[in-house]
Design a binder for this molecule. Structure first.
Ligand code: NAP
Length: 263
């Protein structure tokens, strides 16, 4: 399985499963594990933590073989919230705990301190942020001397930021791409369809491959069994350099959600 290496040295699977509004609960997670997914993203407000924990425990796959990402909310105490997430997951540790979004007042420096404590105690193997701008990442880094290893942000050819990509590459911060399929909104884009057709692949597969080829870690969500299989079947083709550039050129700061908060 293709992986990325985090600044900490840990390996993270190149493609993960998002679980916001996932249908089918533990059964869908079980199917995803069967297909081969080994990275699962969740958060307390997705309501999927109990099902993920259950599916992992019943899978027969050793805990170290599955990479679990969860999040603490910007209003919470980072340390206590991590313990709460683990209770709901029924796990001893999370591979990655993220601050879900920066707090309205500041960059969440005290929550970050809580995550550092959780990591010291082995409750989180790695810690990072989500929906953060470069400036906000600098603020938590300056306050603590410890830089996030991941920034999870909305990221597609239609909406991304070259400046963020360069900032993260220079500092070895992995961008984790959420809503990487535009929540299904832009799958009929003409350029995307043309590239997909050339490779005998689907637009969704091309979006996922574009991420992995530029060093970004996509976490598409799929509840439909066919989608689950399709989104993981992305390692038997490669986009050419011109195709990657052409797709990157589609950038229009598009967001399927509430805007690209980080850019
Ligand atoms: N940190 C944050 O603030 C934040 C915010 C948003 C999302 N996220 C994370 O990122 C994950 C992914 O983002 P998302 O759920 O917003 O959107 P997404 O992954 O871009 O799109 C999900 C939608 O695409 C459909 N789909 C999946 N595979 C497909 C395929 N091969 N062909 C056609 N349609 C396909 C899914 O349908 P079916 O379900 O019917 O298969 C679903 O409707 C979330 O689930 C969550 O884990 C994080």
């Amino acid at each position: 399985m293709q992986t990325f290496t985090l600044r900490s040295g840990a390996s993270i699977p190149a493609v993960g499963l998002g679980t916001w509004q996932l249908r089918g609960g533990a059964e869908t997670v079980r199917r995803a594990l069967e297909v081969g997914y080994r990275l699962i993203d969740t958060a307390v407000d997705y309501g999927t933590q109990p099902a993920i924990g259950k599916a992992i425990r019943q899978s027969g796959i050793p805990r170290e073989g599955i990479y679990v990402v969860t999040k603490v909310e910007e209003s919470e105490d980072g340390y206590e919230a991590t313990k709460d997430r683990l209770r709901e997951l029924g796990l001893d540790y999370a591979d990655l705990v993220l601050i879900h979004r920066p707090s309205p007042a500041g960059a969440g420096e005290s929550i970050w301190e809580g995550l550092l404590e959780a990591r010291r105690e082995g409750l989180a193997r790695d810690i990072g942020v989500s929906n953060y701008s470069a400036e906000q990442m600098e603020a938590v880094t300056d306050a603590s001397g410890e830089r996030p290893v991941v920034n999870q942000i909305e990221w597609t050819p239609f909406g991304h930021s070259r400046r963020m990509l360069e900032y993260c590459r220079e500092r070895d911060v992995l961008i984790q791409a959420y809503s990487p399929l535009t929540r299904g909104e832009r799958l009929d884009d003409v350029t995307l369809r043309e590239v997909a057709q050339r490779h005998g692949k689907t637009p969704a597969q091309v979006l996922i491959r574009w991420d992995t080829q530029i060093g970004v870690n996509p976490i598409p969500k799929a509840s439909t069994p066919g989608h689950l299989a399709e989104d993981f079947d992305v390692f038997d083709f490669e986009l050419g350099r011109t195709e990657v550039e052409r797709l990157s050129g589609l950038n229009e700061r598009y967001s399927a959600l509430a805007g690209l908060a980080y850019a």
